[in-house]
Design a protein. Structure first.
Length: 254
């Protein structure tokens, strides 16, 4: 079904699609076809329930939906955990880390992990963060889902349209989660630390996208950006504590 309105990306008056905030493929990959209730568990600030409902609204035209798919989403959905395989983690395990800053993290640069398309991973993450910022996503009876990128909304829109490069003063960290809980989970973008810079994150079936925005972001952190950093690092770590913390915060609010 479509609905006429202004597309948030191209800004043209078009027939809008019933767009997803999080890809429909994540919902499909979270189903358990053999269970009596095959639907994924949805944890929000108001309840925990197994449901087939998906967070969506009339936000983008068909051409812009296709742009998001072609430039990032289709590729990323082949790399996340699909209940049987986790292709991106498999590639990391078959490679030797090029950077070991401590016991928690391992980093893989373009030399140690050349077969991963950082541009598409970064584009996909940017598209999800941007969608969460330019629209208030609602489900009946639930708290709205939204974040605020402020003055970065327009630079991101231009980047996503291909009119400009990756926005300045933005660092995109791509973390492959090695734990079981994170690869079974996905959740919508949220705002974390604030101050001189702001931190946003979401998880998509084993991939943790962490974005830091601000003019004061230190150079050491900028170097870790998978899109613009000199080494284009892909990071790996156990994300279980972070994922459980996110769910505990939601469940405490219920």
């Amino acid at each position: 079904m479509t609905k006429q309105g202004q597309c948030k990306l191209c800004l043209q008056l078009r027939d809008l699609q019933n767009s997803h905030l999080m890809p429909a493929a994540l919902y499909r990959k979270s189903r358990n076809p053999g269970a009596s209730n095959p639907n994924p568990m949805q944890v929000t600030e108001r309840r925990s329930v197994q449901t087939s409902r998906q967070l969506r609204n009339y936000v983008l035209c068909r051409d812009c939906e296709q742009l998001f798919s072609k430039r990032g989403e289709n590729y990323v959905m082949t790399q996340v955990f699909d209940s049987n395989r986790f292709p991106l983690l498999d590639m990391l395990r078959a490679s030797t880390p090029s950077w070991l800053p401590g016991p928690e993290f391992a980093g893989y640069d373009m030399t140690s992990l050349p077969g991963v398309d950082r541009e598409q991973l970064g584009y996909f993450a940017a598209s999800v963060f941007w969608r969460a910022s330019v629209h208030i996503w609602r489900e009946p009876g639930e708290k709205p889902v939204t974040i605020d990128l402020g003055t970065y909304n327009e630079p991101f829109r231009q980047y996503l349209l291909g009119q400009n490069g990756f926005p300045a003063n933005v660092v995109m960290l791509i973390i492959v989660c090695t734990d079981t809980i994170s690869r079974e989970s996905f959740y919508t973008p949220s705002l974390g630390r604030t101050g001189n810079d702001r931190t946003y994150s979401f998880i998509a079936k084993g991939l943790n996208f962490l974005m830091v925005v601000g003019k004061q972001v230190p150079q050491e952190l900028r170097n870790l950006c998978a899109v613009t950093g000199a080494r284009k690092l892909i990071l790996a770590r156990d994300c279980e504590a972070k994922t459980l913390s996110a769910f505990h915060r939601l469940m405490r609010a219920q």
